[in-house]
Design a protein around this ligand. Structure first.
Ligand code: NI
Length: 200
């Protein structure tokens, strides 16, 4: 989801992105708006094996490299109900949250705030969301858990769960703003400039 503007968190491994060997630390390129994988509901995960845990490691690495605070599997082209979140941006080891097959089970309150998405680079809009959100999900080993978050964490839970339902944050802005964004993207596509560029 939500990109953080923290220029101090630059990742030295970014330059190695394309040539990095497969394995822990592989950074996946981010899929941008226009790819149908982002607008299709993702598939439920039924197998909790080492392959899944390896993918989760790679998703965290890819999210940190992109300076994101959340990343859903469809954003790296994988149509599975998997997301990772870390609103502490690596500062709190307990901030790393794995969400497999997440479902929002409770929403309370209201917050308005600026929201962005790695799959819609450089677009940010004010989005109204619930301010306290409880999510039910499975961890990397298939264990069910519930977690309640507020502020940015609540926003991340909603944004990432939306991704797994094929929904992007621009579906929460006015039709007028959404059309304007889509028009700008089409223009960028025509110019061959619509792509994700990793932060330096
Ligand atoms: Ni997003």
């Amino acid at each position: 989801m939500a990109t953080v503007s923290r220029s101090e968190t630059s990742n030295p491994s970014i330059g190695e992105k394309k040539s990095a060997p497969k394995g822990k630390g592989t950074i996946h390129p981010i899929v941008v708006y226009g790819d149908p994988v982002l607008e299709r509901p993702a598939e439920t995960v039924t197998v909790f094996d080492d392959k899944l845990r390896h993918l989760l490691d790679e998703m965290f690495e890819s999210m940190y490299a992109a300076h994101g605070v959340g990343l859903a599997a469809p954003q790296i082209g994988i149509p599975k109900r998997i997301a990772v979140v870390d609103v502490s941006f690596r500062e709190d080891p307990k901030g790393k949250i794995v969400l497999v097959n997440p479902e929002i089970i409770k929403k309370e309150g209201k917050q308005k705030g600026s929201e962005g998405c790695l799959s819609l680079p450089d677009f940010r809009e004010t989005v109204a969301r619930a301010s306290v959100v409880t999510i039910r999900a499975q961890d990397a080993h298939g264990k069910h858990f519930e977690m309640t978050g507020d502020a940015l964490l609540a926003r991340a839970f909603l944004h990432e769960t939306d991704h797994l339902n094929g929904k992007l944050f621009i579906s929460h802005v006015s039709a007028l703003k959404r059309d304007l964004i889509k028009r700008k993207i089409k223009k960028l596509m025509r110019a061959g400039e619509w792509e994700y560029t990793p932060p330096l």
